[in-house]
Write a protein that binds this ligand. Sequence first.
Ligand code: B12
Length: 226
Amino acid sequence: MYNKKIKIFLADLIHDRHIYNYSVPLNVGYITALVNKRLGKEIETKIYKFPDDLISAMKSSPPDILALSNYDWNVNLNKALIEIGRKINPELFVIMGGPNIRKKPEGIKDYLIDHPADIYVVNEGEDAFSNLIEYIVGIWPCNLRKHVTSSGVVFPNVAYLENETQNLILGKKPNSAHEKDIPFPSPLPKIMPFLALITLTPIFSKSINGSSQASSTTNCSKEPLS
Ligand code: B12
């Protein structure tokens, strides 16, 4: 058996050049929790929120898989990070997920033609992502960009363009997540730095002379989480 763990970086990226409401990366948190529960011995995961942290990590220790959340506000950021990641490792396999995609097959196909993701997890992601990674663990090591998209395998809730034909392969939506045992991202301290970051948005408190003053309530670290 190949004994090097597959390195997966997950990110719910946000622009951080201005003060903003940095929401908690609950999306990739849930996905990471389940994939580690199922495949923790075969993989190594890290969660990122801020582009600079992800870029430094990709440079110092390039991942095999980059898994990104796709929202209206991070489309171009994702594209830029994928470009940087692929300059570092041209075989970087990019999995995308999140609600910023149309639901009908033709809309999904258009998205995949226009964006640099190799594969897209549509709808809820926990099971679909874990199933995909389980498949990857079975064929690893290899060039995932070639192998997965040439495989013709239909994964529930997952879409990709078949390598040669560019036909859309789209797996059906499975039963609702309500019926499943999906672990909460834990231990809680692992997502605490992100919870704390929300409070990094300065709290504007009235000073004695009546002018507004920004005060940061925490100096938590922006270290990525595993
Ligand atoms: C809660 C919420 C907020 C909270 C954020 C809380 C937090 N995250 O900490 C607040 C109130 C701050 C907020 C603000 C905004 N929101 Co909001 N929000 C939501 C809401 C209701 C739930 C999101 C959530 O946390 N879901 C729970 C997590 C666990 O699920 P999830 O995020 O959907 O992730 C799952 C899948 O999408 C997928 N997935 C996601 N990422 C990835 C990545 C990979 C690699 C994989 C495999 C799968 C995957 O798997 C995940 C687990 O199943 C959604 C609507 C909805 N019902 O989904 C809108 C939604 C995300 N918001 C939306 C919008 C537009 C906004 C605002 C821009 C609104 C505004 N005008 O200000 C702002 C900006 C936020 C920002 N970050 O800049 C849109 C995004 C649309 C789009 N096309 O991108 C949504 C979809 C609502 C809608 N239908 O329009 N929001």
